[in-house]
Design a protein around this ligand. Structure first.
Ligand SMILES: C[S@@+](CC[C@H](N)C(=O)[O-])C[C@H]1O[C@@H](n2cnc3c(N)ncnc32)[C@H](O)[C@@H]1O
Length: 246
């Protein structure tokens, strides 16, 4: 009898090909997801400690899990990854709620599970909105990472208050930012909420101010950098990053 057993890497590659990916993830055996964003070349811009040994870490808005798996790779004792459970219950602008393409959100749990399995990860994924983060249920964390989520929230300051409530060490908060020319020393924001799945896009001073407004006592910005779509295109994708202390 002819028995065709496909090598494991081939099987994994085939599973990976079934999904659109947000994160570029190296899953082993040469299998790499073709993500919308590739954070690997810009890792140095994030003030995330290289060694997280012994620390309890939280990734808020984990999507495919890149940052949760990265914290695990850096030696974290425990990593919890939170994401909103219901794609329809995200803070969609009213104009887009019914019509917006939701495939990325509908399959994020499956993608995370696939990557989790391939990496042999111990990260614990918790289906929960950032607005429902609660220290009584999740405990407190030495390091909290929250990447590119605030721009998608109607109430980013309320979300930051929840993040602050579980942060006992430091938080690294990133968000797309804009520049408003000579007024950039002031904390400024542009409101969308109609054309794009985005609410308040701030300048760097605005991101610092927002994180302070969420309850953090000390907020240090890093130098902004570009994170464009991995597939190219005109969008510059400038990111602001801050490290905040409770
Ligand atoms: C633009 S992606 C960013 C993914 C990842 N954090 C990063 O920095 O690459 C936004 C993520 O936040 C999640 N998200 C959106 N609204 C949320 C909410 N209310 N609570 C928790 N996560 C949410 C989305 O499901 C998605 O995984």
């Amino acid at each position: 009898m002819l028995c065709t057993v496909r090598p494991m890497a081939q099987t994994l590659a085939a599973e990976v090909a079934d999904y659109p990916w947000y994160h570029t993830l190296e899953l082993g055996d040469g299998v790499v997801t073709s993500g919308m964003f590739d954070h690997r070349p810009v890792l140095k811009h994030y003030p995330l400690p290289h060694d997280l040994s012994g620390l309890r870490c939280l990734d808020v808005g984990t999507m495919d899990g890149f940052w949760a798996f990265e914290m695990e790779r850096r030696g974290a004792r425990e990593v919890v990854a939170v994401d909103a459970p219901d794609p329809l219950a995200l803070d969609w602008p009213a104009s887009l709620r019914a019509t917006a393409e939701k495939t990325l959100d509908e399959t994020k749990e499956e993608r995370f599970a696939l990557a989790h399995r391939a990496l042999g990860s111990s990260v614990r994924r918790v289906a929960r909105s950032v607005y429902d983060i609660d220290p009584e249920q999740l405990g407190s964390f030495d390091v909290v990472f929250c990447g590119d989520l605030l721009v998608h929230l109607r109430d980013p300051v309320g979300a930051l208050e929840r993040i602050h409530s579980v942060c006992s060490g430091s938080a690294i908060i990133t968000n797309p930012i804009e520049r408003f020319g000579i007024r950039d020393r002031l904390p400024l924001a542009r409101l969308d909420g109609v054309d794009e799945f985005g609410w308040w896009t701030t300048n760097l001073a605005g991101l610092v101010r927002m994180v302070r407004a969420g309850g953090f006592s000390k907020v240090d910005p890093s130098r902004p950098f570009k994170l464009p779509f991995a597939s190219g295109g005109g969008w510059k994708g400038v990111r602001g990053v801050v490290r905040a202390l409770p």
